[in-house]
Design a protein around this ligand. Structure first.
Ligand SMILES: Nc1ncnc2c1ncn2[C@@H]1O[C@H](COP(=O)(O)OP(=O)(O)OP(=O)(O)O)[C@@H](O)[C@H]1O
Ligand SMILES: [Mg+2]
Length: 274
């Protein structure tokens, strides 16, 4: 079904969050805060077997975009399609087709073992119990979790939890996988191996569509077939890392130029960068 459709297609996607005033709200109740425009008309198309890196400074809208695609956030306007189906109308189907590795992982059961956690999520996504267990163990060994499978999730280190989150995102073998800063708390060897798993196994061998959000330039350079540079809720540029290098550099420098000026004002003697 939907064999010819793009894996992910996003058109005119807009997301406004209403800003809530906290604290002394009762003093100025008539002054409404303007909404936060996290996404302002984003277009994006990702094919099967393609690895797209969403690159952009803090607050550019990367996480919001991934959350809309994975049905965790409803768009204000525009649409997101997964394998040709609108995610707001076919939520359960979209969720079955998507594996999502979140930046902040909060869904595991802390008092259950790692194995039981993964088996539970596998069953939740429709795998028979036996297959879920086999898949949990297979991913566990791929991600270096074998020794930890019998331990409570709550006892794991930050990087070990992150590897569990990656295993969970892959448990049902979905055709579309979204990674939000997936290597953030991994050590260098494991980051490099995850990038290799993504590129060589998921994309090249299994023909999955992968969107990988990061603000790490080096990671974008080594990983991306195509970079989608986001700024202020928009796609600022799109192309190979090499083609966009100058634009990427200036996007990140300009983004924090105010903070840099303040640093120089406060510490004029420390101007030389490290
Ligand atoms: N639940 C929310 N309510 C209000 N504003 C939000 C909410 N989530 C995100 N935003 C705002 O939307 C904008 C985009 O945020 P988003 O998390 O998508 O950025 P990002 O590109 O993932 O940044 P980072 O690199 O820091 O993870 C930011 O200005 C953020 O403050
Ligand atoms: Mg983010």
């Amino acid at each position: 079904m939907n064999g010819g459709a793009l894996a992910v297609e996003v058109a005119g996607l807009t997301k406004r969050f209403s800003a809530k005033r906290r604290g002394r709200q009762w003093l100025t109740p008539w002054r409404r805060l303007p909404p936060i425009e996290a996404l302002r008309g984003v277009d994006l198309a990702v094919d099967k077997g393609e690895l797209v890196v969403l690159l952009g400074p803090n607050g550019a809208g990367k996480t919001t975009l991934l959350k809309v695609i994975s049905t965790l956030v409803r768009p204000s306007a525009g649409r997101a399609m997964v394998l040709g189906r609108d995610v707001t109308r076919f939520g359960p189907e979209a969720r079955r087709n998507i594996g999502y590795v979140l930046a902040e992982e909060r869904s595991f059961y802390w008092r259950l073992s790692c194995r039981d956690n993964l088996r539970f999520f596998g069953v939740l996504e429709g795998l028979p119990a036996r297959a879920a267990l086999a898949r949990a163990d297979e991913l566990g060994s791929l991600l270096g979790l074998t020794e930890l499978m019998g331990r409570d999730f709550g006892s794991l280190s930050t990087g070990q939890r992150q590897r569990m989150a990656i295993a969970r995102g892959l448990i049902s073998d979905p055709p579309v996988i979204l990674f939000d800063e997936a290597t953030r708390s991994l050590d260098p060897g494991r980051s490099e191996r995850l990038r290799r798993i993504i590129r060589k196994v998921l994309v090249e061998r299994e023909n999955k569509a992968v969107i990988f959000a990061t603000h790490d330039l080096e990671e974008a350079r080594v990983l991306a077939d195509r970079v989608v540079l986001m700024r202020d809720g928009r796609v600022a540029a799109e192309g190979s890392y090499a083609d966009l290098e100058a634009q990427i550099g200036s996007a990140f420098r300009e983004e924090s130029s105010g903070e840099e000026a303040e640093f120089r004002r406060l510490f004029p003697d420390l101007e030389v960068s490290l």
